[in-house]
Write a protein that binds this ligand. Structure first.
Ligand code: NAG
Ligand code: NAG
Ligand code: NAG
Ligand code: NAG
Length: 247
């Protein structure tokens, strides 16, 4: 009886690759490491309350509607959005919609959309570059530094984009192929559609939504202290230090 218990224990350790861990009696040790947490069935709780890994579902959704050459958009991205990105990315999901006050017309003869931008064709080109970069590099940490770089650098669109691409590990040849393709045109159209579907409709740029909602008050506050606005909307556990230091 005893021997067979020992044998089956050895067998169990053997089968589980020797990784089997028992859940300790004292709950103080339950989050000591992943294996222990697993054994105690408290992975989610450890993630949330001890390891400070924020559940993706709790993250505040920030969407920034903008156009590449508008001075207020550039200011907002290079200060507020950049600061939020650098300090509280663990609690915010940042999405960019580069279109703003542009207009589109569908041309049946080419089966392409033609875009008209507030700051001219250069801006349409810049919007399309951003559209393609976001598509090719969907991870925020991959595309946001490029967006920040182009918005904070003056000069010829293509020169700035090429230099920023090099600085931020973006393959500009790939971006260029997308920009010149039907795909790029279609992606830009999707952002046009998303922008034109806003409720309430946007009246200016930059225009933000937090969890899909926009109010004038929130917009004003965000242009002064976006981090504060995001922190206020964050309903998850363990707000980062940047959210509590000014309380
Ligand atoms: C982030 O926002 C985008 C666009 O709103 C959405 O598709 C995506 O599911 C969000 N991700 C998370 C983790 O909330
Ligand atoms: C953010 O968006 C995602 C995807 O649409 C959604 O699942 C999540 O609940 C949203 N987060 C908040 C805090 O509304
Ligand atoms: C995005 O990139 C960061 C840093 O490279 C990485 O930690 C994270 O897992 C990536 N996210 C996704 C959804 O791939
Ligand atoms: C956005 O696209 C959907 C689906 O194609 C369409 O039904 C809707 O009318 C479009 N909205 C706007 C404002 O263009």
């Amino acid at each position: 009886m005893y021997v067979s218990f020992i044998l089956s224990t050895i067998l169990f350790f053997y089968i589980s690759g020797g990784l089997a861990v028992n859940c300790p009696k004292s709950s103080a040790n339950w989050c000591d490491n992943k294996d222990i947490a697993q054994a105690c069935g408290v992975i989610d709780q450890c993630n949330k309350y001890v390891w400070n890994i924020h559940a993706a579902d709790d993250r505040v959704n920030l969407t920034v509607y903008y156009e590449t050459l508008c001075p207020d958009c550039r200011d907002f991205i290079k200060t507020q959005v950049w600061n939020a990105y650098q300090s509280i990315l663990s609690i915010v999901n940042i999405s960019f919609v580069p279109y703003g006050n542009a207009r589109e017309v569908y041309r049946p003869e080419t089966q392409l959309y033609q875009f008209y931008c507030q700051h001219g064709s250069d801006e349409c080109y810049g919007n399309l570059i951003h559209t393609c970069v976001i598509h090719l590099y969907p991870n925020t940490t991959a595309h946001l530094p490029f967006i920040y770089c182009t918005e904070s650098t003056d000069g010829d669109i293509e020169t700035v984009a090429t230099q920023c691409a090099e600085k931020t590990s973006i393959d500009f040849n790939k971006v260029n192929s997308c920009v010149q393709s039907r795909l790029g045109n279609q992606l830009q159209h999707l952002y046009a559609n998303q922008t034109d579907s806003l409720q309430p409709p946007h009246q200016y740029v930059p225009w933000i939504t937090i969890n899909g909602e926009h109010t004038e008050e929130m917009e004003q506050a965000a242009e002064k202290d976006l981090i504060g606005v995001i922190c206020k909307s964050y309903k998850g556990s363990n707000p980062p230090a940047q959210c509590t230091k000014n309380l």
